[in-house]
Ligand binder design. Structure first.
Ligand SMILES: C[S@@+](CC[C@H](N)C(=O)[O-])C[C@H]1O[C@@H](n2cnc3c(N)ncnc32)[C@H](O)[C@@H]1O
Length: 356
């Protein structure tokens, strides 16, 4: 695969004619950044459209972008694309450049099932030559057509007949500090697919959680950190799993149940809303660091409100200085511990935590 026109993102390119001419309503647009999706729809003149997103934060940004451009489209957020009814004549998938390979396979598999008979899936790939999608569509749709358009590729296939649904998922096992092992189900599109993240391990090996503690696993992914916290909080503790990615929330719920977490609840929210303020003893955070650290800053501000006055906050990062500065705007005390190549920032002079 090669990518040549780095300087011209899809959000500023003309929707290829081969797509424009063949699109038939109703249309589903799968993933894509808010700017890309809104830009695509500006070429499609009021065609009935449903936009699928897996993350509430992205979905809300897309809704705002569509409103700005006065484009009418329905935005749906769901754990699975095939949760949408099989009612689309056309599906347009906008895979991310350098995106997760397993997610691409998963989305193509699922796109098949939301198409009406003889409906068409288009993949608008940002790569100049893209044999990956051509091979994948051939496997799933039986035939694939490809148009190389100088700096990008469009691949399409038609749904004929039916095929069994195949879920892409990997189960991994992990344990901390000689405790009992836990098994976690993970799926593409949710951090971190198929493995226990090293930063997450550094975080949970550092945290102090007491029996009976109420813990928030903020940006929970598939729920590893909250589930390890539950081993210490015990049957009288409570865990709140929060994420903006609805597939992550569904996984955390399933993993918490399968690993015997006694008392927990899940919250799907992009603004960390719907939790009791001042009620929690511990917040655990392994935030993403995109968008100029906007999410990390949101995690800090909300954590402060969720914690009891003496509550403990733990955040794992590789950008210690920058995040510590932000943390000082919110918490009086900021302590740092280096562990496994990561920095764990905390508001508590906890066991082993020292000033940096
Ligand atoms: C680096 S991952 C950490 C996942 C897991 N806690 C771990 O340690 O492996 C960050 C998580 O934050 C979630 N996230 C991103 N933006 C969010 C927001 N605005 N509100 C809630 N969660 C968010 C992502 O979906 C992702 O699951």
């Amino acid at each position: 695969m090669s990518y040549r026109h780095k300087e011209t993102p899809r959000s500023r390119r003309v929707l290829p004619d081969v797509v424009r001419e063949k699109v038939r309503p109703p249309l589903a647009v799968v993933l894509g950044s808010p700017a890309e999706v809104a830009h695509c729809l500006s070429f499609l003149d009021g065609i009935e459209t449903t936009c699928y997103q897996m993350d509430l934060y992205q979905a809300e940004r897309l809704q705002a972008e569509l409103a700005k451009q006065q484009t009418a489209a329905t935005v749906v957020t769901a754990a699975d694309l095939w949760d949408l009814p099989a009612d689309f004549q056309t599906v347009l998938y906008l895979p991310a450049r350098a995106g997760e390979r397993a997610l691409k396979i998963d989305m193509i598999e699922q796109a098949f099932h939301i198409l009406r008979p003889h409906g068409t899936l288009f993949v608008w790939s940002p790569y100049e030559t893209d044999s990956f999608f051509a091979g994948l569509l051939k496997k799933i749709f039986g035939r694939a057509h490809t148009s190389y358009l100088g700096g990008e590729t469009v691949v399409w296939g038609r749904r004929e007949g039916d095929r069994p649904r195949r879920r892409h998922e990997v189960t991994f096992q992990a344990r901390i500090a000689g405790g009992p092992p836990c098994r976690f189900l993970s799926r593409p599109g949710v951090f971190s697919y198929g493995r226990f993240d090293h930063g997450a391990r550094a975080l949970v090996e550092t945290m102090t959680v007491h029996p009976g503690d109420w813990v928030v696993d903020l940006g929970c992914g598939c729920g590893t950190n909250g589930i390890f916290a539950a081993q210490r909080a015990g049957t009288t503790g409570h865990i709140a799993f929060v994420d903006s990615n609805v597939r992550a929330v569904a996984l955390a719920e399933r993993n918490a149940r399968n690993n015997g977490v006694a008392d927990f609840h899940t919250v799907a929210s992009s603004r960390i809303e719907g939790l009791a303020e001042g009620r929690f003893d511990v917040v655990l955070a392994n935030p993403p660091y995109y968008a100029n650290n906007a999410i990390a800053r949101l995690f800090l501000a909300r954590s402060h409100r969720l914690l009891k006055p003496e509550g403990r906050f733990y955040l794992v990062t590789k950008q210690a200085q920058e995040i510590a500065d932000r943390m000082r705007e919110v918490f009086k005390n900021v302590e740092a511990l280096m562990h496994r190549g990561y920095t764990i920032l905390s508001n508590t002079p906890g066991q082993g935590i020292r000033k940096k």
